[in-house]
Ligand binder design. Sequence first.
Ligand code: SAH
Ligand code: SF4
Ligand code: F3S
Length: 473
Amino acid sequence: MRNLEILKEEDKEVLDVARISVDQEGKQGKKKLYIESYGCQMNFSDSEIVTSILQENGFATTSQYEEADVILLNTCAIRDNAEQKVRNRLKNFIPIKKKKPETVVGVLGCMAERLKTKFLEEEKIVDIVAGPDSYRDLPNLVDEAEDGQKAINVFLSRDETYADISPVRLNSNGVTAFVSIMRGCDNMCSFCVVPFTRGRERSRDPYSILKECQDLLDNGYKEVTLLGQNVDSYKWTSEDASEKVNFAQLLERVALINPELRVRFSTSHPKDITDEVLYTMGKYENICNYIHLPAQSGNSAVLKRMNRTYDREWYINRIDAIHRILGYDCGISQDMIAGFCSETEEEHQDTLSLMEYVKYDYGYMFAYSERPGTPAAKKYVDDISAEVKQRRLSEIIALQMKHSLERNEMAVGQVHKVLLEGFSKRSEDFLHGRNDQNKMVIIPRGNHKKGEYVQVLITGCTSATLKGEVVAG
Ligand code: SAH
Ligand code: SF4
Ligand code: F3S
């Protein structure tokens, strides 16, 4: 059975593929852009920036790649199969190129940054390769490609945050939006390609973040998710050094915009999440009681090999702090990697026992995939067989499903505040939304509509969703 909430690697990436859902009609004669995103929320957020930049330069958008003048894929390099998916997708565009050779095909994002000119050599169909910090240059790169040249910009910046660019909301439900607060990552977890594909960590000016959130509220949005690879290390200093803002302070400022605007954030790094952040979460009702706190492993020796810079005891200390400050019902989710280099059966058991300790609400679980050039690829041998990785992964997923069900059952009989996001996937007779803990809640449609907050009595659940009835609008 395919469980949509406990996502396996392939599922996650399939679900993560998004296309522009709304055709934004341009004036006649305007060139048309088609953009597709893979990978994490940062990439989706970046595609909104890319669309904004190209719209400013006279492009209209289309949801049909067959009618596009420029086709862009915003790619992910996190695991090998994420890259294979992009290579397969590129094959779909070969007939288009045959029919309309002037069509420009570009690859953006992390895979573009990782492969650089190799991408142009390996995938003949590609005209543009643009890394995550080069999007302001896209209009020029498109011009070059239209002149028949191959165009590439993979320069990584120390200060680009696209702070002044108003993202064009793609696939928007008009209720929830992502707001990027920082870029890059300085952590160098040994398995991870992100520091190489997204460069050094930098934080965005808080005033531009607050303005973007206010604009979203003014346009009817009710929820923002502050995005970064490691939001807890957000730090910004004004030019004259008179003002410093850390993540807890930024969170507070965003929460103060309006109590009707819900605030979420992702991702928290266990080494950086402070009690100050937890107290700020507790202080404001509109900051959601939910933390995505990737563990990667429950064993200290594996965590050391992964260069996560915390051990099992530290991680448990952070979980205890969450329970102490925010209560046992704070939603917590994990990322786990099964079968990292030299992981023994005992070390794997420690991951399961950490899961038993925390009882996560939700999880993203992956088999280790060696990424060329990363510290782990250089230092360690990828010596766990595919079968063993898969078996361990299945055990982790099965345990997570059990815990998700247990945690969801705790909600039955309670009344939860839910922000409605739209029709349920299965039927327009139902609406779906999320509660404070980020759990999906399905209700009969009644007279309700998306964008409303409703109080819902939870009457049933699966491991993936809660079901309920509105008791107050
Ligand atoms: N910045 C986030 C993670 C971003 S990548 C953090 O530090 O928590 C998302 C997830 O992909 C990671 O948490 C990890 O579980 C997984 N991942 C990253 N590199 C991987 C690899 N080489 N193989 C398998 N999974 C990987
Ligand atoms: Fe990768 Fe680690 Fe940075 Fe997360 S914190 S993006 S896992 S290097
Ligand atoms: Fe993938 Fe890059 Fe995000 S590698 S997970 S798109 S930061």
